[in-house]
Design a protein. Sequence first.
Length: 112
Amino acid sequence: MRIIKWKDSPTAPNPHGVDTRKLYDSGHAQVVHITLKPGESLKRHVTPVDVIFYVLEGHGVIEISEEKQEVGPETLIDSPARIPHRWSNPGQEILRFLVVKVPRPTESTRLL
């Protein structure tokens, strides 16, 4: 058994300049923990595989293609492969969510 606490995982450099921590990385999937402080956002990008987001804490705005919606804790969002998407935190509280990439990507994410 492997137990991983997100706070004990090192932050990873990324083109978005936000707190990202890879919690799981196997040949089949990846799980990343992202924290967005108030006012922070991810750049619009395309992921080469399906992505599942799960909101742990706070409220944020998710944009997938032309759709845009505010979401909060205990919400799962499905983002199909190769569709532009981004997150933003316009609120006053921390936003934390998990990113599950299935299958594990063999290509890099592309910024738009």
